[in-house]
Design a protein around this ligand. Structure first.
Ligand code: PLP
Length: 407
């Protein structure tokens, strides 16, 4: 990416020129949520100003236009993930709701006492708790893949956990704490040898890595719009058609039905069977806009730029005495978790904030991982394509100053 391209991209994100306590904002909390380009916000505005009517039900012009836009957004998402069919794309409220949907509906259809679910130690709470709830409901067991000292999954132990009781594997494509890019194709291949389906949590991968759900042979793949420059409150569940057809609806209500009588209700076909109630039809079109924006820059260009930021920031962080980087996997996304000496991560985060720098501190909703590492949490910087090496230079100056104050 040339400097001129980067300048133009940054100009698309008005928030990047904000001052925080009179300092230039440096936004390094992209793993939590990304900033929104003008085109996404304008799409939302256009939706509410010019295209707003409830979808799928109306015979009138606006309703039809809004329906067309929502369904076109579904096709955009399907193309983005390279899904075989657009009906395999279900709009949810986000990654969390998508995982809850699968844990509930798949659990209802296929799981019983004594069965097992495999997750990994590096999962976000949203890929642990729904499975734990399923295990409690059904009398099942949660099995956990550990990691090595670099923060990579132990595939040998994973292989040994797969057995005739395993009902599903649910795994992050990219860890939100360690940045590890997990070998999901291999994980899926191994599970399929046992006829076990795999859900991939793509919350931290889709903004950074091209994803092809058919090539991966993923059974379910989920992500949140707000982490890929889209709006909050909407996300995606991709599921293989045969699996989505085999599991019951998650919620009941309007839209997901074919016929309703007090004696019996029949359910709508895919994807509507899983979309009870009025969907976020403005959010879906804004998500599609965000995906087009990302594709316009190109995920390959994004990956090269972000990898450059990762390498540069990692090198420069080691200028700081007592620097301990948590997560040094060979395959790593642009996320760096670190600690400095015995300084509490929260103190570093608080003082960086006063200098206009947004980082995340704490357990990052991955408490079991942080506990297993026996640390109080980490400071996490997570980059997006609009971040620059100049911002990293300023961050390093600020961090040196903060560490000096706290030591
Ligand atoms: N999974 C991972 C790996 C995440 O990083 C996150 C959010 O940080 C989630 C799931 C939950 O996403 P959401 O809160 O958008 O549902």
């Amino acid at each position: 990416m040339t400097n001129e391209q980067l300048r133009q991209i940054r100009a698309d994100f008005p928030i990047l020129t904000e001052k925080i306590y009179t300092k230039d904002l440096i936004y390094f909390d992209n793993g939590a949520t990304t900033q929104k380009p003008r085109c996404v916000v304008e799409r939302i505005e256009e939706g509410y100003y010019h295209l707003n009517a409830n979808i799928h039900r109306g015979v009138h012009y606006l309703s039809q236009k809004a329906t067309e836009a929502h369904e076109a957004a579904r096709s955009t998402v399907a193309e983005f993930l390279h899904a075989g069919k657009r009906e395999e794309i279900i709009f949810t409220r986000g990654t969390t709701e998508a995982i809850n949907l699968v844990a509930t509906s798949f659990g209802e259809a296929f799981c019983k006492a004594g069965d097992e679910v495999i997750v990994s130690v590096m999962e976000h709470h949203s890929n642990i708790v729904p499975w734990q709830m399923l295990c409690e409901r059904k009398g099942m067991r949660l099995r956990v893949i550990p990691i090595n000292e670099r923060g990579e999954l132990d595939l040998e132990i994973y292989k040994s956990l797969l057995n005739e009781h395993t009902k599903i594997v649910s795994i992050a494509h990219v860890s939100n704490v360690l940045g590890t890019i997990n070998p999901v194709a291999e994980i899926i291949r191994l599970a399929h040898e046992h006829n076990v389906p795999v859900l991939v949590d793509g919350a931290q991968s889709v903004p950074h890595i091209p994803v092809n759900v058919v090539e991966l042979d993923a059974d379910f793949y989920v992500f949140s719009a707000h982490k890929i420059y889209g709006p909050t409150g909407i996300g995606v569940l991709y599921g293989k058609e045969n699996l989505l057809n085999a599991i019951p609806p998650y919620q009941g209500g309007g839209e997901m039905i074919q016929t309703v009588t007090f004696e019996k209700t029949t359910y709508n076909e895919l994807p509507f069977k899983f979309e009870a109630g009025t969907p976020d039809y403005i959010g879906s079109t804004a998500l599609a806009e965000a995906l087009r924006y990302v594709q316009c820059i190109g995920l390959d260009t994004i990956a090269i730029h972000e990898h450059g930021l990762l390498t540069y920031a990692t090198e420069r962080l080691f200028e700081i005495e007592g620097m301990h980087i948590i997560g040094t996997a060979k395959e790593k996304s642009a996320v760096i978790s670190f600690l400095v000496g015995t300084i509490h991560p929260y103190d570093i985060g608080m003082l960086l904030d006063k200098l206009g720098i947004a980082v995340r501190t704490g357990h990052h909703c991955a408490q079991p991982l942080i506990d297993s590492l026996e640390i109080p949490g980490t400071v996490r910087v997570s980059f997006a394509f609009y971040n620059t090496k100049g911002e990293i230079d300023n961050f390093i100056v600020a961090l040196k100053r903060v560490v000096g104050m706290l030591q």
